[in-house]
Ligand binder design. Structure first.
Ligand SMILES: [Fe+2]
Length: 285
C-alpha cells in the first residue's frame, strides 16, 4: 500500500465491501455498519489520507481507550462533544408537540436521591445564593399530572456535583426527589447552580480545543420526571443569563429549556409524553 492509491481502487474496495456486507443480516447492526462504512469511504475518497495520518487516527482512538476507566468515560465524552448523544436523546420527540425536550442525563445522576417533602431545601452545606424553584408537571393537553415523581439534581455555585466533589460537599447535596401535589405542582428551595466545563486534559478535550469546539456547559438544573401512563422525562432547565447559553458543549440547550432564573426564583413547566400503547400483533390476533 502506498497510501496514494488511486480513487478508482478506493471505489472498488468500497463496492466490494458493500457487496460482502449485503450478505450480512439486514438488522440494525448491519444497517448501521453499511451506512457508517459508506461515509468512511467517502472521507477516504475525498481527503486521500496518508499512512501517517491513518496512524495518527488510530493513535487518537487508542488514546481515547487509555483515557477511559471506571471513573472516566472518554468514549461517551467523544460522542457528547460531537452532539451524537444529544441527537439520540432528543431526536425521538417532536419539538412542536409541546412535550418538554429530553436531554442526556449526564454522568452525575444518582438514583438514590433523598425523598423530600415539598418546600424542602436541597442545599445541605449552606453555601450559595438561595433561590426557590416551583413547577408543574402536565401532559401534552396541559392536564396536570397529580402525584408525579420529580427527581432533581444540579451542581453547586462552583459548577461541581456532590459526587465529583466528596471532600467539599455533603453527600446528596443539591439532590432530592419530590412528589407533585394534586395539581401536579412542586416547589423546593436550593441554590443557584454554576456552569462548568468538560475536561480538556484528555484526547477528546484536546481535540475539541483544537477544533475550536466549546467545552462549556451553561448553568442548569436536571429533572427526571415519572408519572403513570407517561414516558419518563429526563431533561434540564438552563439559565438563560449564563454567558455560555449559546455554546453548550453537549448541544442540549433548546429554546423550550431556557428559563429566567430570576434574582431569587425559577418557575418551570414539565410536559410529559403519553406512553405509547403497544398494538397487538396481527399474527397474534
Ligand atoms: Fe449537568
Amino acid at each position: 500500500m502506498d497510501g496514494q492509491g488511486n480513487s478508482s481502487e478506493g471505489h472498488e474496495v468500497a463496492a466490494e465491501l458493500r457487496h460482502r456486507l449485503a450478505a450480512s443480516p439486514s438488522d440494525r447492526l448491519g444497517d448501521a455498519v453499511r451506512l457508517i462504512m459508506d461515509h468512511a469511504f467517502q472521507v477516504i475518497a475525498t481527503l486521500r489520507p496518508s499512512p501517517v495520518e491513518l496512524d495518527a487516527f488510530v493513535q487518537f482512538l487508542t488514546d481515547v481507550g487509555y483515557a477511559t476507566d471506571a471513573r472516566r468515560q472518554e468514549w461517551v465524552l467523544l460522542a457528547d462533544v460531537f452532539g451524537l448523544t444529544d441527537g439520540v436523546f432528543s431526536g425521538d420527540r417532536a419539538a412542536s408537540s409541546g412535550i418538554t425536550p429530553s436531554t442526556l442525563p449526564g454522568p452525575f445522576y444518582r438514583a438514590d436521591a433523598p425523598v423530600l417533602p415539598l418546600g424542602a431545601d436541597l442545599c445541605r452545606d449552606g453555601t450559595g445564593e438561595s433561590i426557590s424553584v416551583s413547577g408543574q408537571v402536565m401532559d401534552a393537553d396541559r392536564v396536570p399530572l397529580a402525584g408525579a415523581r420529580v427527581e432533581v439534581w444540579h451542581a453547586n455555585g462552583a459548577g461541581r456535583y456532590e459526587n465529583q466533589d466528596p471532600d467539599n460537599q455533603p453527600e446528596h447535596n443539591l439532590r432530592g426527589c419530590f412528589t407533585a401535589d394534586a395539581h401536579g405542582r412542586f416547589h423546593f428551595r436550593t441554590i443557584r447552580p454554576g456552569g462548568y466545563a468538560l475536561p480538556d486534559d484528555g484526547p477528546v478535550g484536546q481535540l475539541a480545543r483544537r477544533l475550536g469546539l466549546s467545552l462549556d456547559r451553561p448553568a442548569h438544573i436536571h429533572f427526571a420526571v415519572t408519572a403513570p401512563g407517561h414516558r419518563r422525562l429526563v431533561t434540564a432547565i438552563f439559565d438563560g443569563a449564563d454567558p455560555a447559553i449559546a455554546r453548550d458543549a453537549l448541544f442540549a440547550v433548546k429554546p423550550a429549556l431556557i428559563a429566567d432564573f430570576g434574582p431569587r426564583s425559577l418557575t418551570v413547566s414539565l410536559v410529559l409524553d403519553r406512553e405509547s400503547v403497544p398494538q397487538p400483533s396481527k399474527t397474534e390476533g
